[in-house]
Design a protein around this ligand. Structure first.
Ligand SMILES: Nc1nc2c(c(=O)[nH]1)N[C@H]1C(S)=C(S)[C@@H](COP(=O)(O)O)O[C@H]1N2
Ligand SMILES: [Mo]
Length: 312
């Protein structure tokens, strides 16, 4: 059973164009989903939520990017900085068994097995735009669960103001981690309010299938209003803290990458403009990059008294 969520991010039936790819995938998702529910993998019916568009007429493009592109053009520096080389190298990553540690200022800290996570949280689909700080973009049909569900499970204390995420991948398996040029492990963070926003998502699948290693299996963050680097892959640790956590890119190059990293076409990267993005798979096309990647209606209130040029 595929249920459409009504929560402000849905797409009215028929308002996405050239979506035959998506709708045929959706059929596939339905089949796969039913099989998994039947096998008791997911505890509740699969739900689908589709993003935006009608409400936001500026949103030119919502048809999902070809699956092949999404799964073969990746940023995953633990393996290599060569986007087309990630897939092959990441195939060696062992993503099950996999344990996730919950630590810090929360009631329910401890280790949770990825299979328990799959059982505990019901899976839905979200179609989100992904905007890399490097200016390429994609539209990705993710499967997963709201990050809020995980917060509700962990029960952060009122003293927790931030949540930090850490990837761990073995140096022997991930050759990119061998050098000390980058501040490994990859780390990311959000304020608790950002993490609790209904758009914040933990992905466990893509196109109705299990998340492939190159896209961050078994579980990765997806924060669609922020530059892609916030969407940390292959999460091993979730830590609640009262201090703004260090992040990988901010530690590597503080003047270029801030903690907030909200998509903002008005604030250029020191080395290039952020006004436009180039959808993967379009050779000449470029699109206007929108404030908060087009998700302002859902998230602008989080930053209402902030100077977003200063807090970039
Ligand atoms: N652990 C980890 N997570 C990561 C990265 C990375 O190098 N390591 N790259 C980020 C960047 S820069 C982007 S644009 C997205 C890309 O996600 P995708 O390959 O699934 O499209 O992953 C983000 N998450
Ligand atoms: Mo990125």
């Amino acid at each position: 059973m595929l249920v459409k969520r009504r929560a402000g991010w849905e797409l009215a039936e028929g308002s996405a164009h050239s979506e035959h790819d998506y709708y045929s995938r959706r059929k596939l998702l339905k089949t796969v989903g039913t099989a998994l529910v039947g096998a008791g993998v997911f505890g509740s019916p699969l739900t689908a939520a589709v993003l935006n568009s009608r409400k936001n007429q500026e949103f030119q493009r919502l048809e999902p990017t070809a699956e092949k592109l999404i799964t073969s053009y990746n940023n995953f520096y633990e393996f290599t900085t060569d986007k087309k080389g990630v897939k092959k190298l990441a195939a060696r990553m062992i993503t099950n068994p996999w344990e996730v540690q919950i630590t810090g200022l929360a009631e329910n800290t401890g280790i949770i097995d990825i299979d328990d996570i799959f059982k505990k949280f019901s899976v839905e689909q979200r179609i989100y735009r992904l905007r890399c700080v490097e200016t390429w973009s994609a539209v990705v049909p993710w499967d997963g669960f709201p990050l809020k569900a995980l917060l509700d499970y962990a029960k952060p204390l009122s003293s927790a103001k931030f949540v930090a995420f850490t990837t761990y991948v073995d140096k022997a398996i991930a050759p990119g981690m061998a050098g000390n040029y980058f501040p490994w492990p990859y780390m990311e963070g959000l304020t608790i309010e950002e993490a609790a926003n209904p758009l914040s998502f933990m992905a466990t699948g893509i196109y109705g299938k299990t998340l492939p290693p190159q896209n961050g299996a078994p579980m990765r963050l997806v924060i669609p209003w922020k530059y892609g680097f916030k969407s940390i892959k292959s999460i091993r640790r979730i830590h609640f803290t009262d201090r703004m956590p260090a992040t990988f890119w901010n530690t590597a190059q503080a003047n270029e990458y801030g903690f907030y990293a909200n998509v903002n076409p008005q604030v250029d990267h020191p080395r290039w403009s952020q006004k436009y993005d180039k959808p993967l798979g379009s050779f000449f096309g470029r699109e206007k990059t929108l404030m908060f990647n087009g998700y302002g209606e859902q998230v602008a209130h989080l930053y209402k008294n902030m100077d977003l040029r200063r807090f970039f």
